[in-house]
Design a protein around this ligand. Structure first.
Ligand code: PLP
Length: 470
């Protein structure tokens, strides 16, 4: 008699109940940290207990600390849900105990990754020969891409950074609009470049890089340079002008990196593809599976137009490993994931991505992107039209900004108050940000589940919050 079947079926029933209940549960978590500690804390167990009890109590005790971000009325940060096929495939990749470090360790995971990487490059309009890696998220994808850039740019100066490190190396600088995502800043810290390497060209109010300033910066004598562009600014969803920016940067020998954590997916849609014109000219790109593709978390993606630089920055060797390029007689050796990733052991991250792409197809992904963007537009204009609200940024894709006005001019405090009251209502969840010096409410729609009815309910929740706090 199998010991796992009753437990897995029981757990699947918990999961299905959670998903069935998403429409009705409050979107915000209801428990305080103290309440969660009280519910979850136990003395370090000396002896084990029954598996079913572990699972039942885990579900019961953490419930009040779970935001319903898997549901359709969570519009905070940029958080996707799990497409059913991707969620199910994610369970399986754990079940199979995939360690996607080496082909030898998990041939199926390695080949799925090879195929999925190729699909992604084509879906996202990237050059056919790009190399790729599946990372924890866009944060680590940036680290991977910028490590490849560092290798190439310093190598061009006769400096072998993998061997020599950075002490005494030619100074590298990283140009941004000044509105780069904070994960770029952390990536340069992790790579030993330090945030002093960052230079801002300045940009427009939507965060798009000032190209004349980029040209001026690069025209001056300079050392090796990386230019960071954005496909989808975190507050406004704005896109840089890739054709022109890449032309300027490459003319001056710079490497172009694109942060497209969610915005790269707009390129799957005929309606939005023009926003990414020229994207193929960049040198590296990052995006996420766990945002707009709606794959469960732990799904970052990086692509590099210079596979040799990517490989040189990441590859590793050890006597106890079995490296495909040393042991495979085939013409085309298998691909070892460890040679492209910053991780050693890791889960089979490509498996849920493969499942998501198969379940939706290119058309289904494009429809999801367009549907989310339509919802974002309706949310932003609907909320912006409410008495006491102001529309700040109308979504071009899936991101918009509004704020709330105070009769005495304390708009920032009023905006925070309304956000908090909406969150507490449990009807919808939006988060705050600062945009052009103003506190604002971010509207981000990337969840495949969001429906017209969710949008109507969310607008009603904001209307109610404005009314009760007037
Ligand atoms: C979310 C996000 C990141 C960081 O991505 P993670 O997957 O959370 O590591 C970077 N840049 C942008 C624009 C983002 O939206």
């Amino acid at each position: 008699m199998s010991t796992h079947r009753p437990l897995l079926e029981h757990t699947a029933a918990h999961a299905a109940s959670f998903l069935d209940g998403l429409q009705d549960r409050p979107v915000a978590a209801s428990a305080t940290p103290a309440q969660l500690r009280e519910a979850l804390k136990r003395d370090l167990p000396e002896r084990g207990c029954d598996d079913t009890q572990v699972i039942d109590e885990l579900v019961r005790d953490s419930d009040a600390g779970v935001l319903a971000s898997a549901g359709g009325r969570f519009f905070g940060w940029v958080i996707g849900g799990g497409l059913p096929a991707a969620l199910a495939a994610d369970w399986l990749t754990s079940t199979w105990n995939h360690n996607a470090a080496l082909h030898a360790c998990r041939p199926a995971a390695a080949i799925i990754e090879e195929i999925t990487g190729d699909w992604l490059a084509r879906l996202l309009n990237l050059p056919a020969q790009v190399s790729f890696a599946f990372t924890t998220g866009a944060q680590q994808a940036h680290v991977t891409a910028l490590a490849a850039a560092r290798h190439q740019l310093l190598g061009d100066q006769g400096w072998d950074v993998e061997r020599q490190g950075l002490v005494g190396a030619p100074g590298l600088r990283v140009l941004t609009s000044g509105d780069e995502h904070a994960s770029i800043r952390r990536a340069v810290r992790l790579l030993g470049l330090g945030t002093n390497c960052l230079r801002s060209t300045g940009g427009d109010e939507h965060g798009r890089m000032d190209l004349a300033a980029l040209e001026r910066e690069l025209a001056e004598p300079h050392g090796p340079t990386i230019v960071c562009l954005q496909a989808g600014e975190i507050n406004t969803g704005a896109f840089d002008s890739f054709t022109e920016a890449c032309q300027i940067a490459h003319h001056h020998g710079a490497w172009v990196h694109v942060d497209g954590a969610f915005g790269l997916w707009a390129g799957t849609s005929d309606r939005y593809r023009h926003l990414l014109d020229g994207i193929e000219h960049a040198d590296s790109w990052t995006t996420d599976g766990h945002k707009w593709l709606n794959v469960p978390f732990d799904s970052g993606l990086v692509f590099v137009a210079h596979p040799e630089a990517h490989h040189a920055a990441m590859s590793t060797r050890a006597d106890y490993l079995i490296h495909a390029d040393q042991h495979d007689d085939a013409q085309q050796p298998a691909r070892d994931e460890i040679d492209w990733n910053p991780e050693w052991s890791r889960r089979g991250r490509a498996v849920p991505v493969y499942a998501a792409i198969r379940a939706l197809g290119r058309r289904g992904i494009a429809e999801m992107v367009e549907r989310c963007s339509d919802h974002a537009h309706r949310l932003a204009t609907g909320i912006g039209a409410l008495e006491g609200a102001q529309l700040l940024v109308t979504p071009e894709i899936n991101q918009g900004l509004v704020r709330f006005l105070d009769p005495e001019g304390r708009h920032d405090a009023r905006t925070e108050q309304v956000i908090e009251v909406v969150q507490r209502s449990g009807q919808a969840w939006f988060g705050p940000t600062t945009w052009n010096g103003m506190r604002a409410m971010r509207i981000s729609v990337v969840n495949w589940r969001t429906s017209d009815e969710d949008v109507t309910r969310a607008i009603a929740a904001v209307r109610e919050a404005l009314r009760t706090t007037a």
